[in-house]
Write a protein that binds this ligand. Structure first.
Ligand SMILES: [Zn+2]
Length: 252
């Protein structure tokens, strides 16, 4: 009689170690982040960081620092590279897209060339065109379900369009519900952004957003956060939008 009782006492302990081994094995086998570099051996070298959850799902591609002086864009995107808790799908991050611009606090890649007016680029032309082409071809290869491009809106009175905190889209076709949810939740406080977001239709020719939407059929959202607000607030707003999009797609 005492034999079976003893065995029974150890059963929970064995079960505990069995579960523990399973968790360890899952952690070890789960693929780590990898980086695929573009423009290697040039001053514009940068890379796409690929975070795979190990479970099927959507692919979302986040770009930060197309405009190097829009600091919160690439800082928020850099923070996303540290994510290890994806529930499904794949998160791909390009940051900073304009590496020398982000280092020197400059908008453009070369003095007069705006990367966000240069897509889809050209591998045989100058550095800005080559960078645009490298980014465009990688996005075509990854074929994500959504591209998110993180930017900053200029202060009012700087002689440029004042956009404030806003989302910009070329064609809302397949992402209507997502955009609606983001706008409503930024207004009712669920999103915890510092202020409500507006939504604008219309993107400039040669921008990443318009090019991937029109030539690849991949929907894109440009996130503009207001430079009227402190850097920490701008980063928080960028991440609030990206996190909500990831949860919308059940990725976290
Ligand atoms: Zn910008």
């Amino acid at each position: 009689m005492s034999g079976p009782k003893k065995k029974g006492r150890y059963r929970p302990v064995l079960l505990f170690f069995f579960v523990l081994c399973g968790v360890c094995l899952f952690t070890v086998l789960r693929p780590g982040p990898k980086t695929e570099f573009i423009m290697e051996h040039t001053p514009l070298e940068t890379g796409f960081t690929i975070l795979e959850s190990g479970s099927p799902g959507k692919t979302v591609l986040v770009v930060g620092g197309v405009h190097g002086d829009e600091t919160s864009g690439w800082m928020a995107a850099d923070q996303l590279k540290k994510r290890r808790n994806l529930k499904s799908g794949t998160l791909i991050i390009l940051s900073p897209a304009n590496a020398p611009g982000s280092k020197n606090g400059e908008r453009n890649v070369e003095q007069y060339r705006d990367l966000n007016r240069s897509f889809p680029g050209d591998k045989n032309r100058d550095l800005t065109d080559r960078l645009a082409a490298s980014i465009f071809l990688k996005i075509r290869e990854y074929s994500p379900d959504l591209v998110i491009d993180l930017h900053e809106a200029y202060r009012e009175g700087t002689g440029r369009d004042f956009l404030g905190n806003s989302l910009i889209i070329t064609d809302s076709g397949t992402i209507d519900q997502l955009i609606f949810d983001l706008i409503v939740e930024s207004q009712d406080g669920t999103l915890k952004t510092s202020a409500p977001f507006s939504c604008y239709n219309g993107t400039p020719a040669g921008s990443l957003n318009r090019t991937v939407t029109e030539t690849l059929g991949i929907p894109a959202v440009t996130v503009e956060v207001s430079q009227e607000e402190p850097l920490e607030t701008r980063i928080r707003n960028q991440l609030a939008i990206v996190n909500r999009i990831l949860s919308y797609y059940s990725m976290e």
